[in-house]
Ligand binder design. Structure first.
Ligand code: ZN
Length: 112
Protein backbone atom coordinates (compact mmCIF):
# COMPACT_ATOMS: atom_id res chain seq x y z
CA UNK A 1 0.00 0.00 0.00
CA UNK A 2 1.24 3.45 -0.86
CA UNK A 3 0.58 5.99 1.86
CA UNK A 4 2.57 8.79 0.31
CA UNK A 5 1.01 11.99 -0.81
CA UNK A 6 0.17 12.07 -4.50
CA UNK A 7 -1.88 14.09 -6.95
CA UNK A 8 -4.98 12.05 -6.38
CA UNK A 9 -4.98 12.71 -2.64
CA UNK A 10 -8.01 14.76 -1.81
CA UNK A 11 -6.53 17.67 0.11
CA UNK A 12 -8.59 20.66 1.08
CA UNK A 13 -7.82 24.00 -0.58
CA UNK A 14 -6.59 25.25 2.81
CA UNK A 15 -4.13 22.39 3.18
CA UNK A 16 -2.90 22.73 -0.42
CA UNK A 17 -2.25 26.40 0.30
CA UNK A 18 -0.25 25.61 3.47
CA UNK A 19 1.78 23.01 1.62
CA UNK A 20 2.55 25.18 -1.37
CA UNK A 21 3.70 28.03 0.89
CA UNK A 22 6.00 25.60 2.77
CA UNK A 23 7.41 24.41 -0.57
CA UNK A 24 7.98 27.98 -1.79
CA UNK A 25 9.67 29.06 1.43
CA UNK A 26 11.87 25.98 1.72
CA UNK A 27 13.05 26.06 -1.88
CA UNK A 28 13.37 29.78 -2.53
CA UNK A 29 14.12 31.58 0.73
CA UNK A 30 16.75 31.69 3.44
CA UNK A 31 15.57 30.55 6.81
CA UNK A 32 17.17 30.62 10.22
CA UNK A 33 15.99 29.65 13.71
CA UNK A 34 16.62 32.06 16.53
CA UNK A 35 15.68 35.34 18.15
CA UNK A 36 17.10 38.72 17.24
CA UNK A 37 18.28 40.94 20.04
CA UNK A 38 19.33 44.57 19.63
CA UNK A 39 21.91 45.75 22.12
CA UNK A 40 23.69 49.01 22.80
CA UNK A 41 27.16 49.21 24.18
CA UNK A 42 30.54 50.86 24.25
CA UNK A 43 33.54 49.72 22.25
CA UNK A 44 36.09 50.61 24.91
CA UNK A 45 37.92 53.35 23.02
CA UNK A 46 38.26 56.35 25.32
CA UNK A 47 37.89 59.01 22.58
CA UNK A 48 34.96 57.35 20.78
CA UNK A 49 31.48 58.92 20.68
CA UNK A 50 30.19 55.95 22.69
CA UNK A 51 32.30 57.10 25.64
CA UNK A 52 30.21 60.31 25.60
CA UNK A 53 26.98 58.35 25.74
CA UNK A 54 26.24 57.76 22.03
CA UNK A 55 26.21 53.98 22.28
CA UNK A 56 26.87 51.62 19.38
CA UNK A 57 23.94 49.45 18.38
CA UNK A 58 24.58 45.82 17.53
CA UNK A 59 22.22 43.10 16.44
CA UNK A 60 22.68 39.58 17.80
CA UNK A 61 21.06 36.35 16.79
CA UNK A 62 20.44 34.14 19.82
CA UNK A 63 19.75 30.45 19.37
CA UNK A 64 19.42 27.44 21.61
CA UNK A 65 21.40 24.54 20.23
CA UNK A 66 21.72 21.14 21.92
CA UNK A 67 20.37 22.58 25.18
CA UNK A 68 22.74 25.54 25.25
CA UNK A 69 22.36 29.13 24.14
CA UNK A 70 24.71 30.54 21.57
CA UNK A 71 24.80 33.92 19.91
CA UNK A 72 26.34 35.58 16.95
CA UNK A 73 26.69 39.22 15.97
CA UNK A 74 24.94 40.12 12.71
CA UNK A 75 26.94 42.61 10.63
CA UNK A 76 25.07 45.61 9.15
CA UNK A 77 25.22 44.25 5.62
CA UNK A 78 23.52 41.03 6.72
CA UNK A 79 20.79 42.47 8.93
CA UNK A 80 18.02 42.66 6.35
CA UNK A 81 18.68 39.15 5.07
CA UNK A 82 18.88 37.68 8.57
CA UNK A 83 15.70 39.44 9.76
CA UNK A 84 13.92 37.98 6.74
CA UNK A 85 15.41 34.53 7.34
CA UNK A 86 14.28 34.54 10.97
CA UNK A 87 10.76 35.56 9.90
CA UNK A 88 10.72 32.88 7.20
CA UNK A 89 11.70 30.21 9.72
CA UNK A 90 8.86 31.22 12.05
CA UNK A 91 6.34 31.30 9.24
CA UNK A 92 7.45 27.92 7.92
CA UNK A 93 7.27 26.45 11.42
CA UNK A 94 3.72 27.78 11.80
CA UNK A 95 2.67 26.35 8.42
CA UNK A 96 4.22 22.94 9.18
CA UNK A 97 2.34 22.93 12.49
CA UNK A 98 -0.94 23.67 10.66
CA UNK A 99 -0.41 20.73 8.28
CA UNK A 100 0.58 18.47 11.18
CA UNK A 101 -2.65 19.42 12.93
CA UNK A 102 -4.70 18.48 9.88
CA UNK A 103 -2.98 15.08 9.76
CA UNK A 104 -3.71 14.64 13.48
CA UNK A 105 -7.39 15.24 12.75
CA UNK A 106 -7.33 12.72 9.90
CA UNK A 107 -5.85 10.14 12.26
CA UNK A 108 -8.46 10.99 14.88
CA UNK A 109 -11.27 10.51 12.38
CA UNK A 110 -9.51 7.60 10.58
CA UNK A 111 -10.40 9.31 7.34
CA UNK A 112 -8.09 9.03 4.36
ZN1 ZN B 1 32.78 53.34 20.53
Amino acid sequence: MNHSLNRRTNLSAVERNFRSRIAQLSSGQWFLRGTLSERSGTCGKANCRCARGELHKSLYLVQSQAGKFRQICVPKAWQQRIRQAVNNYRLMQKLIEEVSELEWKRLQEKKR
